[in-house]
Design a protein around this ligand. Structure first.
Ligand SMILES: NC(=O)c1ccc[n+]([C@@H]2O[C@H](COP(=O)([O-])OP(=O)(O)OC[C@H]3O[C@@H](n4cnc5c(N)ncnc54)[C@H](O)[C@@H]3O)[C@@H](O)[C@H]2O)c1
Length: 274
């Protein structure tokens, strides 16, 4: 089989969480552009619908649904509605994630008073883990339930982070163990689900310009310059750069891969040289 043919996902269907913005929106666009039917879900229902309408206007098959990934009943209902609308589920992106505030170090060169392990508001820990780790579990659980019942296999892609592998002084403390948890969840589920031909992989991004953390990288040129200088490839990434990797993991092009975590971070996890 030719290489390019293995990337063909036309006629398949995909559901994406956190699809109103950033990387989730790029995943949803990728699915639609490649000919799949896609449900864009987000806690921001209006944003998800706005993007679904935009994709439909471009001639693609897209629908939207409100989904807070912390809510298990809502997750079940949204996945079932996807199957009702599109006749099955081939691909799921467990993507929704949040940053709850600054890390222990401020790029200005001092310790953040409320970013230390002993000063951090524990509510930030609870909120981060509930979205970034438990939310991933809730999403993957519903995708697996449907894929197993259909017996046709499937591809599940979780968004972890290079923060699962390296520690970042300026990043949210609870984000670190949450993303490391996602990485290990993916490895474990790859083992559990291989028998059912359900593949589970992770994309581990470095810094991308999105709305995470209130869109600080879009708003603050000094912060952006600081991040650019930390990346071996010399700059933070734009969301279109994640699209080929999303298609690779979603499609049969990655048919012999499961349990992998693919770094896309401009080399950051390999160390610093500036
Ligand atoms: N941007 C980066 O630099 C970067 C780096 C590594 C990993 N990530 C990960 O990528 C994923 C996407 O983040 P992004 O950067 O695109 O951010 P973003 O803020 O642009 O998009 C995240 C989306 O998730 C939605 N969301 C938030 N809480 C939710 C919830 N409880 N239920 C459902 N939807 C919810 C938001 O409304 C938003 O539309 C996250 O898992 C994030 O941790 C991002």
């Amino acid at each position: 089989m030719k290489a390019l043919e293995q990337f063909d996902i036309s006629g398949r269907s995909a559901l994406v969480t956190g699809a109103a913005s950033g990387l989730g929106l790029a995943y949803a666009e990728t699915m639609a552009e490649a000919g799949a039917k896609v449900t864009l879900t987000d806690i921001d229902a209006e944003g998800a619908e706005r993007e679904a309408v935009r994709l439909r206007e471009l001639g693609y098959e897209a629908r939207s649904a409100r989904l807070d990934v912390r809510n298990r009943e809502e997750s079940r209902a949204v996945f079932e509605a996807h199957v009702d609308a599109y006749g099955g589920l081939d691909i799921a992106f467990a993507n929704a994630g949040i940053d709850t505030g600054p890390g222990f170090w401020n790029p200005g060169g001092y310790r953040n008073p409320d970013g230390q392990v002993d000063t951090l508001d524990p509510a930030r820990w609870d909120r981060s883990l509930s979205v970034n780790l438990t939310g991933m579990f809730n999403t993957i659980r519903e995708a697996v339930r449907i894929m197993k019942a259909a017996g046709c296999g499937g591809s599940i892609i979780a968004t972890s982070s290079n923060a699962a592998m390296i520690c970042e002084a300026i990043v949210d403390l609870p984000y670190m163990p949450a993303k490391a948890g996602v990485a290990h969840l993916v490895r474990h589920l790859a083992l559990e689900l291989a028998e059912f031909r359900i593949r589970v992989n992770a994309i581990a991004p470095g810094p991308f310009v999105t709305n995470i953390g209130g869109g600080a990288l879009k708003r603050d040129p000094a912060l952006r310059a600081k991040w650019d200088s930390q990346v071996p490839l010399g700059r933070v990434a734009e969301t279109y750069q994640i699209k080929p990797l999303a298609l690779y993991l979603a499609s049969d092009a990655s048919s012999y891969m499961t349990g992998s975590q693919l770094l896309i971070d401009g080399g950051m996890a390999q160390g610093r040289f500036r």
